[in-house]
Design a binder for this molecule. Structure first.
Ligand code: ADP
Ligand code: MG
Length: 332
């Protein structure tokens, strides 16, 4: 069972950034409004996530790290979604199988919580002798992941330099922070604060967050776009192409709140930028497309990084046309 868990973990957990992504998504699922992420050595020695979300009940704590343990499936509809999307309730079990994991949580405001520790073992309910201990704890959840892949030497060797691994983590946090303005994020690496983003519930604070994440040069040279049709709305910033740092570096598209690489939209944008791009320049943008759910299939790929539009040509024309109008301002 331990080996099976390690193999499964390899599919979900590729590197420290994958751990951060899964844990931050769990915190968001738990309705946290503040998420702290502490990293040591690019995540190879420590990944710690603290949230102020709903917490986990004492009795559910040991279950949370079991394979296929999820509190998020309640209806047959959800079950059919699993058939198309693949795993649910795998993340914590997978991480626990390849690290030393401590999970603690509290659902009350009385300063008391509970904690379990799993050291890279297949945690299995039948041999449930892992003690749950009471600890001082704020409302919310704290997960410490130490020594990732300590028991899978081949994978541990495969980790890149501290700065490369941290770069991947930073990118995960950037993407999440750009799509969850109603949540505060703090990212700390080796004791240094790298991102400190308060809740951005006004236009000014949102612009400030975008500036902190994408840089002043992007926000100062970009133009705001906001347009809608019957079933979709597109808003965000179109940047001056010279600000693109390189290969698709500054291209963020969120469709219904999820970061997506979409060929239809990116092609429409490339067309809109035609005549403005020079040499090796790339379009630079941060865009949010909200579209009626029945107009888009998000289950094209298990990672949900790709979508398919019902009316592909209309979406293409809508994006191209409105982006073009805004971009005309760059030429003057
Ligand atoms: P999934 O997110 O697919 O349900 P996970 O393995 O990521 O599976 O998490 C297992 C379960 O642990 C979740 O369903 C949830 O009940 C609980 N859980 C994990 N992280 C948190 C958190 N930060 N706050 C509250 N509950 C959590
Ligand atoms: Mg999860």
């Amino acid at each position: 069972a331990a080996l099976a868990n390690q193999i499964a973990a390899g599919e979900v957990i590729e590197r420290p950034a994958s751990v951060v992504k899964e844990l931050v998504e769990n915190a968001l699922d738990a309705s946290a409004s503040r998420i702290e992420i502490h990293i040591e050595q690019g995540g190879s020695t420590l990944i710690e996530i603290l949230d102020n979300g709903n917490g986990i009940h004492r009795d559910d704590l040991p279950l949370a790290v079991l394979r296929h343990a999820t509190s998020k499936i309640s209806s047959a509809e959800d079950l059919s979604a699993i058939a198309t999307l693949g795993f649910r309730g795998e993340a914590l079990a997978s991480i626990a199988a390849v690290s030393r994991l401590t999970l603690s949580s509290s659902q009350s405001d009385e300063g008391i919580g509970y904690e379990v520790t799993i050291n890279g073992s297949a945690y299995n309910a039948a041999e449930n002798n892992q003690p749950v201990s009471a600890v001082a704890h704020q409302r919310g959840t704290r997960i410490q992941v130490r020594d990732l892949f300590f028991n899978v030497p081949a994978r541990r060797k495969f980790l890149k330099s501290v700065s490369t691994e941290f770069g991947h983590i930073e990118e995960v946090v950037r993407r999440v922070a750009l799509s969850h303005f109603d949540v505060a994020f703090i990212l700390v690496h080796n004791g240094q604060i790298r991102l400190d983003l308060p809740i951005a519930d006004s236009g000014e604070l949102r612009a400030q967050r975008v500036r902190r994440i994408l840089g002043a040069r992007f926000t100062e040279t970009s133009h705001w776009l906001d347009c809608s049709s019957i079933y979709m709305q597109l808003s965000g910033w179109l940047g001056h192409p010279s600000e693109a740092r390189g290969q698709a570096d500054l291209q963020y598209l969120f469709i219904n709140g999820r970061m997506v690489k979409d060929k239809t939209v990116s092609h429409a944008l490339r067309m809109a930028y035609e005549g403005i791009l020079h040499g090796h320049q790339h379009p630079a943008y941060l865009l949010f497309l909200e579209i009626e759910p029945e107009q888009v299939d998000v289950n094209v790929h298990p990672t949900k990084h790709e979508v398919r539009f019902l009316a592909q040509r209309e979406v293409h024309e809508f994006v191209r046309h409105h982006a073009r109008q805004i971009l005309a301002q760059f030429k003057t």
